[in-house]
Design a protein. Structure first.
Length: 214
């Protein structure tokens, strides 16, 4: 894999609560320098990033229901529409992890489906964050099946804010469960080129990282 191809798989990410507008502008300039796929920011910085990256071919992604996933579905849907209105191209939503841990799969499914439908209705790519480090193997498989049926574009391992992040095993399993219908995004703890390449070999087609791996 060439350096150029590798860079084009990265969502260059800055989601720290203390991130300033200046930090976001710097993030965008780094994305331009390395030709990353997108920058991934908190919703209120979408407009700033979209303005800086206008005409560059680099997309702006933003998180929804982040980082806990415990927001009302209606609020997540509204976030999607606001991100679109501010110039975003992709959204990364967090599932309701508490519902998953409770075995309330009908509620989990409805939450995911409604947000996916909202994103697709306005032309946005959507990634569904399942927070693998907080789920059992059976729970991960069940969520993966729900994500596949929802029509989401990607299933994503982690927020980067929980106890753990992406693992090669999780990426390999998720890819096996969702097949060719859904792509896999690995995020959380992706700090070296070597680890990133291992994740890609396991099946990841997009990587989320706050470290420059280009």
């Amino acid at each position: 894999m060439t350096k150029m191809n590798f860079a084009g798989m990265i969502d260059h990410t800055l989601l720290k609560p203390q991130a300033t507008e200046k930090d976001i502008v710097a993030l965008c300039h780094e994305a331009q320098k390395y030709k990353f796929a997108t920058v991934c920011v908190n919703p209120t910085y979408v407009q700033v990033a979209a303005k800086v990256l206008h005409g560059t071919g680099i997309g702006v992604a933003a998180v929804v229901g982040f980082p806990l996933g415990a927001t009302f579905t209606e609020v997540k849907v509204q976030e999607v529409f606001m991100i679109k209105a501010h110039g975003g191209k992709e959204v990364d939503m967090v599932i309701n992890i508490g519902w998953a841990k409770s075995g309330n799969w009908e509620a989990v499914e409805q939450d995911i489906v409604r947000v996916v439908e909202a994103a697709h209705s306005c032309g946005l790519i959507i990634k569904v964050i399942i927070e693998t480090s907080l789920l059992t193997q059976d729970e991960k498989k069940t969520v993966a099946e729900i994500v596949k049926l929802s029509g989401a574009d990607y299933i994503k391992t982690s927020t980067g804010f929980a106890v753990g992040g992406a693992t090669v095993e999780d990426v390999r399993n998720l890819k096996a469960w969702v097949g060719d219908d859904v792509k896999v995004k690995a995020s959380g703890g992706v700090r070296s080129r070597e680890f990133a390449l291992d994740l890609v070999e396991a099946g990841a087609e997009r990587l989320g990282t706050s470290s420059v791996l280009g």
